[in-house]
Design a protein around this ligand. Sequence first.
Ligand SMILES: NC(=O)c1ccc[n+]([C@@H]2O[C@H](COP(=O)([O-])OP(=O)(O)OC[C@H]3O[C@@H](n4cnc5c(N)ncnc54)[C@H](O)[C@@H]3O)[C@@H](O)[C@H]2O)c1
Length: 269
Amino acid sequence: MTKLDGKVAFITGAARGQGRAHALTLARAGADIAALDICRDLPYPRYGLASRADLDETVGQVRALGRRALALVADVRSAGEIEAAVRETIGALGRIDILICNAGIADMATTWDVTEEWWDIMLDVNLKGYWLAAKYVVPQMLAQQSGGRIIMTSSVAGLKGMPGLSHYCAAKWGVVGLARSLAIEVAEHGITVNTIHPTGVDTALITGMAQAAGIPKEQLVAQLRQDNLLPVQLIEAQDIANAALWLVSDEARYVTGLELKVDAGQMLK
Ligand SMILES: NC(=O)c1ccc[n+]([C@@H]2O[C@H](COP(=O)([O-])OP(=O)(O)OC[C@H]3O[C@@H](n4cnc5c(N)ncnc54)[C@H](O)[C@@H]3O)[C@@H](O)[C@H]2O)c1
């Protein structure tokens, strides 16, 4: 497969989980990869984020596929760090054709137990971080005058309310408003903007959420299983990467403003 030959993808949260699956899937299709991650923990969520070793592993695996890869350590909440990461990408890889806003956190608490600090970090990572990546990547796409593809990973939590996740839901619903508005702004330039809405995905985020909520992972997984209509407990990061691969391909060139559910039928309930 070479359908993304010559393209460069800028992926946030690329050190592990879905971000790594996106990096490897797009690299297999021929793209070069700018892989960004924070590589340190934050005061919130109450579980560990990815490490530098995780990011190096992603970059090593992309290079093993014969593609160019750039490791970028940055916090998506920081305008200065994202602007610098975009500049470094253009310097090293020449262009940006694909943006995948994926870096995110989760945690669980009832609305009235969420602290101001938790609320702010949740919204800053999961919503402001998406806006900042778009803010600095879109001008580059416009300057290239060759269209572009932007994907923002929301969640089923961006389509419905979920107990214990009001701050997460608020951010993930916000992503939909951001994506729909941006989609209108950039459409005439041949840039598409779509959101993906996964059900529970088997990544460190699920383990972390269970840990944060103080419940066994099996209990959380059983709850998530009940939400799925199709017979699956947790879907795989690769399921999301497969959806993203279609959205960035020529085959989806006239698909924009779509909320693509990869939810095992959950939203039919
Ligand atoms: N796992 C699920 O069940 C699930 C379901 C629906 C949506 N999502 C969303 O999918 C996306 C990917 O999550 P995942 O499941 O791969 O989890 P993950 O924890 O494995 O990956 C998230 C990545 O984002 C990085 N990150 C977090 N904060 C950052 C920051 N401030 N700056 C830069 N990088 C940061 C982490 O270090 C980590 O590598 C997230 O947006 C998440 O909300 C996950």
